[in-house]
Design a protein around this ligand. Structure first.
Ligand SMILES: [Zn+2]
Length: 255
């Protein structure tokens, strides 16, 4: 453990810039301690893919995100496990909690950008194939895998929704955990970009549609019946008025 601390400090001294390429240990014991892996393994974060650290450390990809949190550089360093442990140790539990919340937010916002890149789309394709985003609850969609998306690109507006490429409609995630995930972390363009990039994933538009029935009658026949009944009622009203029946009074007795 002590050796790891020294390693981190040495890396910080030699590579103080977040934008520089990072060398990562492949040792499995260190691997599980990485912030991104911990984040992805938490329940409720199943829709997120693993962002390539090279993408997160490229300042070009972080443009206009700096103002979303205070101490942006520190948050990025925290996400990629490059934040000096001495800084972490000095943080109060409240500040550490804030740093963790900021890291989740920044990861989400970078995620929205990453998943519309070639690498990100590829990662999401794997998750889509595994139906990590769930399947369409509509019977005639035959368990079609869904795609996560946001109705807004600005965070704090609405939670993530699920798009079915078969019935072309949106659904709420089944789990309450997913219903609290910000839609902006997936964005408004991802689903469209995904289907455009992987046209083979676009299912055949379903022609089968359920027509409601009541005791074997299709609902439009029921509607026809209702219209006929209404016509009969109007005819009767007209007849009653002709014979001086006051329809405004209960019972409709003749004056
Ligand atoms: Zn569907």
């Amino acid at each position: 453990m002590a050796d790891e601390t020294v390693d981190v400090k040495m890396q910080d001294t030699s590579k103080p810039d977040v934008g520089e390429e990072l060398e990562r240990e492949t040792d499995s014991s260190e691997y599980v301690e990485m912030w991104i892996d911990l984040f992805l393994s938490r329940k409720g974060n199943e829709y997120f893919c693993d962002i390539d650290p090279d993408y997160i450390t490229d300042r070009f990809n972080l443009m206009n995100l700096q103002k979303t949190v205070t101490k942006f550089t520190q948050v990025i360093q925290y996400i990629i496990d490059e934040l000096d442990e001495s800084i972490l140790e000095k943080l109060s539990p409240t500040k550490l909690e804030q740093l963790e919340a900021d890291a989740r937010k920044v990861y989400g916002l970078v995620h929205a950008r990453y998943i519309i890149t070639i690498k990100g789309l590829q990662s999401m394709l794997e998750k889509y194939k595994d139906a990590d985003f769930g399947r369409c609850p509509r019977v005639y969609c035959n368990f079609q895998p869904l795609l996560p998306m946001g109705l807004y690109d600005v965070p704090g507006m609405d939670s993530v929704k699920l798009y079915c490429p078969s019935c072309e409609d949106l659904y709420l995630p089944k789990s309450s955990r997913h219903n609290t995930v910000d839609g902006a972390y997936f964005g408004t363009s991802f689903a469209g970009m995904f289907l455009h990039t992987f046209p083979e994933t676009v299912p055949k538009h379903p022609t089968k549609k359920y027509v409601p029935k009541i005791f074997g009658f299709e609902l439009h026949k029921q509607a026809q019946l209702a219209r006929w009944q209404e016509l009969q009622r109007l005819k009767l009203e007209k007849h009653l008025q002709e014979i001086d029946v006051d329809l405004s009074k209960n019972g409709g007795f003749k004056n």
